[in-house]
Design a binder for this molecule. Structure first.
Ligand code: ASP
Length: 569
């Protein structure tokens, strides 16, 4: 391969194939940098040997035969691993030509949509080669680990009945039954549970999942999960499998593995201290509670708020900084942002005049700090300060520690209120079992805890899982809390309820987003950089131009009539 040749290869006759990375015409002599995925090597073509060298342009595909020779000391290129040698070519063949490219291979300043429009060119870059191969290495390591642990790879259908994972379904019309639709599986959740009822005991799959959600840095419409399920287990056995897979992934890419076991933190603690159920623990900046301390405050907003909390940021922010932070706080649901800036002993504050000496003493941080407050209902206060904390962690460079911090969040609530309808709904999915002690959840859904757990890496949620309900009566109780009547339960989940009545073993499992693992391993800011052909935020695929409108004749066959003019829209 091009990138493998070293001084010790001098004298060997080689045949290389690859892309012309650059060509330098020195009168008679032509130098060509030939590139394949292993790297670049310099070819030297003498005029008497081959005239086609003059016709070579960037990104032509070439095949070259010749002898590896050591370069003279002054001609060595210390910047290339192959810089000690070059190949004296005596036969050069242009295998394929190339039009001038829309961008230079590896140019990092190219607009991402353009990169995706020509993804096959973008893939020739070192970055994409590295990322896609890293993806492969990690999946391999996971497969090996799962095999060693006696998991069985079972394929489950993509086209199914909706699986509630909290997103919208992508629908597939069925020509043989016009007017009816399959949903693309949001996950293999129910199938893997049915595998347990089927006695498979340890199931896994690198499963593709489809979810109709807004696309973000860590979200695509379709993505792959390490999906697993185990029978006769408790939580710790499931967490142990995931921890082993993460260690194997680090080892597969030659990095020092994080130490085991990963710490566990309860959901309640995560929300109180970090304002989120996926805290980035690479830095402190913990949220402090001021509810008690402000009960008798002269500042009415604090005194009357159900909850008052604050963070102390290690920076004396300017007015302009504070205005920006206030905007961010508002995006998270705050009405305003109260602050105390300690500018080397001098206090700047919107609220200092309302606070007592004692309150000031408690809340004011050291010189060069800013205390930021949120007051109101607990979920909003947590969300606002959690959002500010994450933002500040990034902006102040607190996350640049080089550390890789994994942890589990456990003991989630079983239900939460839907913000729009006020109806109780599941936090993870409706198949999650309550914690021992929370079985009577119908009496007080809001205080029931569940056996749901999440794995977090540097503030990214890698995945979720739970111990499941394996009892039909209990499953129906959850459906009832969610407001599903008997008839709707049968219509939507009858097949599951039947299975739970026919010898269902206790079971639990997990699903981890592979693209997220790979992106974090690669140090990439989003998963698009580790997916071969991702879609952009609008939901389009810049390469093929999909999605596209369909002719009426096609739609009619499927029993579908469009009410929008997609061509015009
Ligand atoms: N089906 C869940 C998900 O995709 C994972 C699980 O509970 O195993 O998030």
């Amino acid at each position: 391969m091009c990138g493998e040749l070293r001084a010790s290869d001098a004298g060997r006759r080689v045949t290389l194939a690859g892309w012309a990375n650059a060509r330098r015409d020195h009168g008679g002599l032509v130098f060509i940098d030939l590139r394949d995925h292993t790297g670049i090597v310099q070819l030297v073509v003498r005029p008497e040997n081959d005239a086609v060298a003059h016709d070579v342009r960037n990104e032509f595909v070439l095949q070259a035969e010749g002898e590896v020779v050591a370069r003279a000391p002054e001609a060595k290129n210390p910047n290339l691993p192959t810089g000690g040698v070059e190949v004296q070519v005596d036969r050069l063949r242009i295998v394929s030509t190339s039009d001038p490219l829309p961008f230079q291979i590896g140019d990092e300043s190219v607009d991402e949509v353009l990169r995706l429009r020509y993804r096959y060119l973008d893939m020739r870059s070192e970055r994409m080669q590295r990322n896609l191969r890293l993806n492969h290495a990690i999946i391999n390591a996971i497969r090996r680990t799962m095999d060693e642990l006696d998991f069985v790879d079972v394929w489950t259908p993509s086209m199914t009945k909706g699986t509630p994972e909290g997103a919208r379904d992508f629908l597939v019309p069925v020509r043989l039954q016009p007017g009816k639709f399959y949903a693309l599986a949001q996950s293999p959740q129910l199938f893997k549970q049915l595998c347990m009822v089927g006695g498979l005991d340890r199931y896994y799959q690198i499963a593709t999942c489809w979810r109709d959600e807004d696309l973000r840095a860590d979200r695509q419409f379709e993505f792959r999960q390490l999906d697993l399920e185990m029978s006769f287990v408790q939580r710790e056995a499931v967490l142990d499998v995931l921890e082993r897979c993460m260690v194997a992934s680090f080892e597969a890419v030659g990095r020092e593995a994080p130490s085991l076991p990963f710490p566990r933190m309860s959901y309640a603690e995560a929300i109180a201290r970090y304002g989120t159920d996926k805290p980035d623990l690479r830095f402190g900046l913990e949220i402090e509670d001021a509810t008690e301390a402000t009960r008798g405050s002269q500042f009415g907003v604090f005194a009357s708020a159900p909850v008052v909390r604050y963070v102390v940021a290690p920076r004396a922010f300017s007015r302009a900084d504070l205005a920006r932070l206030e905007e961010i706080a508002k995006e998270w649901g705050a009405k305003g942002l109260a602050y105390l800036v300690n500018d080397d002993g001098e206090i700047r504050s919107s609220i200092a005049k309302f606070l007592s000496e004692q309150e000031l003493a408690v809340f004011t941080g050291g010189p060069g700090t800013t205390t930021l407050f949120a007051a109101g209902d607990e979920p909003i206060v947590a969300r606002v300060l959690g959002g500010l904390r994450t933002h500040l962690g990034r902006e102040l460079g607190l996350t640049d520690t080089g550390a890789e911090v994994f942890h589990w969040v456990v003991d989630f609530p079983l239900f939460e209120r839907d913000e729009d309808t006020g109806q109780w709904t599941f936090l993870h999915h409706p198949f999650t079992a309550p914690m021992p002690g929370s079985e009577a959840f119908e009496d007080d859904p809001g205080s029931a805890l569940s056996q749901h757990y999440d794995l977090i890496w540097n503030g990214w949620e890698l995945g979720s899982g739970s111990i499941r309900i394996h009892d039909a009566e209990m499953q129906q109780a959850v459906f009832r809390v969610m407001g599903l009547g008997e008839e709707e339960q049968r219509a939507k989940f009858g097949f599951l309820l039947d299975a739970l009545r026919m010898g269902a073993p206790p079971h639990g499992g997990f699903a981890a987003g592979i693209d997220r693992v790979v992106a974090l391993m690669a140090g990439e800011p989003d998963i698009r950089q580790v997916v071969a052909f991702p879609k952009v935020a609008s939901g389009s695929d810049p390469l093929t131009g999909a999605p596209t409108p369909m002719p009426d004749t096609v739609l009619r066959e499927l029993g579908i009539k469009s009410i929008v003019d997609a061509a015009k829209d």
